[in-house]
Design a protein around this ligand. Structure first.
Ligand code: SAM
Ligand code: SF4
Length: 373
């Protein structure tokens, strides 16, 4: 499949002719970003950075500290979610140990996620412990329902950044997408987070066709008026209900066109930056947005992430079912060298890219909240 085909794939091109790109200027995907073509070497190194067989260095560890959550967002959880027994989750000593070994292998950035990380008791203490390990960045993705009270202690403990999920700016719609919680609490938490220095704030928005895609411009206005970076995330086949479909997905390119038609956008150039979000600023200098087009414009070619699930498995990709379990090893008196070997093997085994757009793609068995988004 060519890159152009990939870009015009999905429901966007089929369903929204009015939004077809008039200026295909900024959203160009270079072929090497989509996925690497062949392994660069066949021998797994046992020293140096965490590298996979395609030469991608992994320096970003996503740690999911719980699979529990106080919300039930329609694109993530089902109403009848069951959760892992607590004793199966890694405790903070175990999480800290994996993080310390990873730090020694060149991991510089940590993101705490879940489930909802702020429902795990003692999270401030965990941030403090991770902060002592010398990471340059300790970020968190949260639904912010409990952030207002925790923002200051988290900042003091060493949290550097926070991404807040918020899929609608209309109270009733917010409640219907997230099934619990309320918008006012989340907006208030954003103010508190900024006031304690967790800024610039990023706001994650999952757009669902026919549900909240009519709010693209409202969110752009929000980004422009608040200085918060709104990141539009494509709906991924990781919902617990198994209701994902391309028809529900709103492609990043459609968002770009809709916004660009009203407030022209230009890419934010960042040589050497590795990140899933394509960044754009409004050409009049007011505000910035990001597009996370995981499905229609995969960024696997530069992926530098590995994940630690709440129950202690290392996953090298959200969309791969392959897991390298650490928990039992950690609980059986292993050495740090054993932990290192599991990390190295997990990274080494990474596929060149996810296969969502290939025939025969199978949804991962575990959904987003069980892996860590
Ligand atoms: N509970 C926290 C929150 O909502 O921010 C952190 C965990 S949540 C799984 C992390 C991110 O994944 C959120 O921004 C959420 O909107 C996003 N997410 C969850 N399910 C998704 C899906 N099926 N497709 C795309 N994004 C999803
Ligand atoms: Fe909970 Fe976050 Fe999933 Fe929503 S997206 S159900 S807040 S884990």
């Amino acid at each position: 499949m060519s890159d152009d085909q990939r870009l015009t794939d999905a429901s966007y091109a089929r369903d929204t002719p009015a939004l077809r790109p008039s200026t295909p200027v900024a959203l160009s995907v270079k072929s090497h970003l989509v996925e690497p073509r062949r392994p660069v070497t066949t021998l797994m190194p046992t020293t140096g950075a965490l590298i996979d067989s395609y030469g991608r260095i992994h320096d970003d560890l996503r740690i999911s500290i719980t699979d529990r959550c106080n919300l039930r967002c329609v694109y993530c959880m089902s109403e009848d979610m069951t959760f892992q027994p607590r004793e199966q989750l890694l405790d903070f000593d175990e999480i800290e140990r994996v993080a310390r070994v990873a730090r020694g292998l060149g991991v510089t950035a940590i993101r705490l996620t879940g489930g909802e990380p702020l429902v795990r008791r003692g999270v401030v203490d965990l941030v403090k412990r991770l902060g002592a390990l010398g990471f340059t960045d300790i970020a968190m993705t949260t639904n912010a329902t409990r952030l207002a009270a925790l923002a200051a202690p988290l900042r003091e403990a060493g949290l550097t950044r926070v991404n807040i999920s918020c899929d609608s700016l209309r109270p009733e719609r917010y409640a219907s997408i997230r099934r619990r919680g309320d918008l006012a609490t989340v907006l208030a938490a954003m103010d508190v987070a900024e006031s304690v220095g967790l800024a610039p704030l990023k706001v994650n928005v999952v757009l669902l066709r026919g549900i909240n895609d009519d709010e693209m411009l409202d969110f752009a206005r929000f980004a422009r008026s608040t200085g918060r970076v709104v990141r539009f995330i494509e709906f991924m086949p990781l919902d617990a209900s198994g209701e994902w479909s391309r028809e529900r997905l709103v492609a990043g390119r459609a968002v770009f066109d809709a916004l660009n038609a009203v407030w022209p956008l230009e890419p934010v150039d960042e040589p050497g930056r590795v990140a899933p979000a394509e960044r754009f600023r409004f050409r009049d200098g007011v505000g910035e947005i990001g597009l996370i087009s995981t499905v229609t414009q995969p960024f696997c070619g530069t992926c530098n992430r590995l994940r630690l699930t709440p129950d202690g498995a290392i996953r090298n990709c959200l969309f791969s079912d392959e897991e390298h379990t650490l928990r039992d090893l950690l609980r059986s008196g292993c050495t740090d060298a054993d932990v290192e070997l599991v990390l190295r093997r997990a990274v080494w085994a990474k596929f060149p890219g996810h296969a969502i757009n290939e025939p025969g793609f199978l949804r991962p068995h575990r959904s987003m909240s069980m892996i860590g988004g």
